[in-house]
Design a protein around this ligand. Structure first.
Ligand code: NDP
Ligand code: MG
Length: 383
């Protein structure tokens, strides 16, 4: 039996991970966690019998403990709970499926406890890649990508000498507003942005896909995962989402991974790597797909992506400001408190005002996250 713990088991990636557990029957789930959704967490406890379940919100954790008093599960809350979860001794792999920078501290703790990481939580690498990657190397643990593009890149690098990679071609669907101009984007509402053409995902990443900030975060994620310079990564809009990304080598060869858009493939690959297991489901029917198309991203319309390229290049603590500002602004957009174009606008402004530290420590990264929230809180509540 493979033994895992899941940070964020009630979300889109978390529930799909549990579907794989259900299908494969040789994975034991020792720990699960949620932010606040104790109804689903309770059902997961009853089905998967984990030893430990963690709820971020203290009151909800108390309520869950009462509800599960008939079971041998331990219920904890907050960051102490998440740290206990990643430290369960028998756990071999921690699936990081929480959304946002909240993942940084538990992911680092999991690495320090010698766990392999199946990484969905891209915000952790975006903001602390320079700390996470060396820590994983020092501990000799693997960071296996769950994000579909990064899984594709990883699969396209299997067996190759990393020094012969010349470029990574990171594909993007372009989101629901591909081809739109800035004037059209001004009136976009949350319900419009939540309609992704090819993928069903959590609400934060779906908004990130609509602004194309997601692709900016993925560029920063890729630079740390694959140890390349940001200017070695090219973004290509590929609306069919069949080519999940490609790697170009020094001899001009390009290797890609293709498949129907289904997150369970990269999740399963990360859980079983290097084994490639059978998966039921649809296969790409190239004759009916007809053509695969590629185009350059429109950086003048999707300015959030242009800002990510700057943050990646300048580095230091700037990606933290970029990411934290985005997290804060997306939450406010979803609450209908700001407009769609306010997201890139205020990310840009926060980047102008903050983010001067060059080689941030973990404390400085976490401080910058708070500083960014405070800055935007004041700025938006004043205007
Ligand atoms: P969801 O919003 O669907 O799920 C997030 C999970 O994190 C939920 O279990 C949620 O609990 C939990 N959570 C939220 N806040 C906290 C907190 N403070 N403490 C502990 N747990 C918390 O997100 P996704 O599954 O879509 O995305 C997860 C990560 O994976 C993101 O970083 C995303 O960018 C990345 N990713 C997602 C893809 C997808 O297809 N969904 C594809 C590629 C990457 P609760 O349910 O209680 O709110
Ligand atoms: Mg992705």
């Amino acid at each position: 039996m493979k033994k895992i713990a899941i940070l964020g088991s009630t979300g889109s990636i978390g529930t799909q991970t549990l579907e794989i557990v259900r299908e494969q029957k040789d994975i034991q789930v020792l720990g699960i966690s949620a932010g606040s959704n104790i109804d689903l967490l309770e059902r997961q406890i009853r089905e998967f019998s984990p030893r430990l379940a963690v709820v971020w919100e203290k009151e909800k954790a108390k309520e869950l403990a009462v509800r599960t008093a008939d079971l041998p599960v331990k219920i904890l809350d907050g960051m102490d709970g998440l740290l206990a979860l990643v430290n369960i001794p028998e756990v071999e792999t921690v699936v990081t499926a929480v959304v946002g920078m909240i993942g940084v501290v538990p992911t680092l703790a999991a690495i320090q406890a010698g766990k392999n990481i199946a990484l969905a939580n891209k915000e952790t690498l975006v903001t602390a890649g320079q700390i996470i990657m060396p820590a994983a190397k020092e501990k000799g643990v693997s960071i296996l990508p769950v994000d579909s593009e990064h899984s594709a890149i990883f699969q396209s690098m299997n067996g190759e000498d990393k020094r012969t990679v010349s470029r990574i071609l990171l594909t993007a669907s372009g989101g629901p507003f591909r081809g739109w101009k800035k004037e059209q984007l001004a009136n976009v509402r949350p319900e419009d942005a939540l309609k992704h053409p090819n993928w069903t995902m959590g609400s934060k990443i779906t908004i990130d896909s609509a602004t194309m900030v997601n692709k900016g975060l993925e560029l920063m994620e890729a630079r740390w995962l694959f140890d390349v310079e940001p200017d070695q990564i090219r973004i290509l809009v590929h609306p069919q989402s069949i080519v999940h990304s490609m790697v170009e080598y020094q001899d001009g060869a390009v290797i890609a991974q293709l498949g129907v858009p289904d997150m369970k493939l990269p999740i399963q690959y990360a859980l079983y790597y290097p084994e490639r297991r059978y998966r039921d489901g649809q296969r790409v029917d190239f004759a009916s797909v007809g053509s695969l198309t590629f185009e350059k991203p429109d950086l003048e319309t999707f300015t959030g992506l242009a800002l990510a390229l700057r943050a990646a290049k300048e580095g230091g603590v700037l990606p933290v400001v970029y990411n934290a500002a985005n997290e804060y602004l997306v939450a406010r957009f979803l609450r209908r408190e700001i407009g769609f174009l306010d997201i890139p606008f205020y990310i840009g402004e926060a980047m102008e005002q903050l983010g001067r530290i060059k080689e941030p420590t973990l404390e400085e990264i976490l401080y910058t996250e708070k500083e960014t929230y405070t800055y935007l809180e004041k700025r938006l509540n004043r205007s």
